[in-house]
Write a protein that binds this ligand. Structure first.
Ligand code: HEC
Length: 275
């Protein structure tokens, strides 16, 4: 089973609001870096969710002298793995019980910890920082592979990244956008806006069927989906979470499903231009 799929199934066990938070968490944890002498393993989930290009398997850290330090990363079972932990939004606490420790992830600070992973497998944890009610479910999924399996996984990701890059530059047909958009909608939007686009007005989730923005000017629709709502944080910014293709498809879908029938098509290139 694919890791993203597995992550989504795990995240689905939370309630609908937590699910959105769980997915956002991936981006929040993206700066977690683990080092092993001159090589580095990076828990890949944050990077996957943040949509990093896997064809470039090195990270360059800025140094005070200005020269970057290039770091290679891979997975090393039975090796000591050092983690450098930080956050880029609020304080988190990185906790995978099987690793044996819990460390705060604090913006502007770097905390350290190390572990030895003896067995390949999926190690689960969650953010252990006690925050508001909307932060109650931030799952962590750490996948440890043998070096051989890891290399195969890297190749697979490179292939997927290349296919994604190719699909982001071509012009899609309406049928393609609608089919893709439906699946993106079901995975990311349906929980609040509902299958028929009717929303859950009593819970504050507006209808997209006949929606002011969903059937209004395309620019406004792009803005709320990419950047989120300024009035209500429940409508999150999806710009960092979804690819150009996914965003183009889901916006096209919302503008033409549920009887909206605007006839508008949004292409991946339109998303790239709006970013
Ligand atoms: C956690 C619940 C939630 C999820 C998930 C969610 N939304 Fe929303 N959405 C909202 C809320 C709340 C608003 C109202 C925002 C406001 O009042 O400014 C909204 C508003 C909107 C609007 C404007 C509605 C209109 O026409 O007036 C659009 C378009 C929209 N969302 C698209 C999406 C898309 C696309 C996704 C999935 C990629 C998505 N939303 C996922 C909660 C959600």
């Amino acid at each position: 089973m694919g890791m993203i799929q597995e992550f989504k199934e795990f995240a689905m066990k939370g309630n609908v609001v937590d699910l959105a938070v769980g997915v956002i968490m991936g981006a929040a944890f993206a700066p977690i870096v683990s080092t092993l002498v001159d090589n580095i393993i990076m828990p890949p989930i944050g990077y996957l969710m943040a949509g990093v290009d896997f064809s470039n398997l090195a990270v360059t850290l800025p140094t005070p002298e200005g020269d970057g330090v290039a770091i290679k990363y891979g997975v090393f079972l039975n090796a000591l793995i050092k983690f450098l932990i930080t956050a880029d939004d609020v304080i988190h606490s990185w906790w995978v019980p099987a690793l044996g420790w819990k460390r705060d992830a604090i913006p502007g600070f770097i905390n350290e910890a190390w572990t030895e992973v003896m067995e390949p497998g999926v190690y689960r944890g969650q953010c252990a920082e006690l925050c508001g009610k909307d932060h109650g479910f931030m799952p962590i999924v750490l996948v440890a592979k043998t070096e051989e399996d890891y290399q195969a996984w890297v190749e697979e990701q490179k292939g997927a990244a290349a296919a994604e890059a190719a699909s982001a530059t071509r012009t899609w047909t309406m049928d393609e956008l609608m089919a893709k958009g439906e699946s993106v909608y079901q995975a990311n939007c349906l929980a609040c806006h509902q299958a028929g686009g009717e929303g859950l007005p009593a819970a504050g989730f507006p209808a997209l069927k006949g929606g002011k923005i969903a059937t209004g000017p395309v620019a406004g629709h792009l803005d709320i989906v990419l950047n989120g709502s300024k009035q209500n944080p429940a409508m999150a910014a999806f710009g960092q979470q979804l690819s150009d293709v996914d965003l183009a498809a889901v916006i096209t879908y919302e503008r033409n499903a549920f009887g909206n029938d605007t006839g508008d098509m949004v292409q991946p290139a339109d998303i790239a231009a709006a970013r």
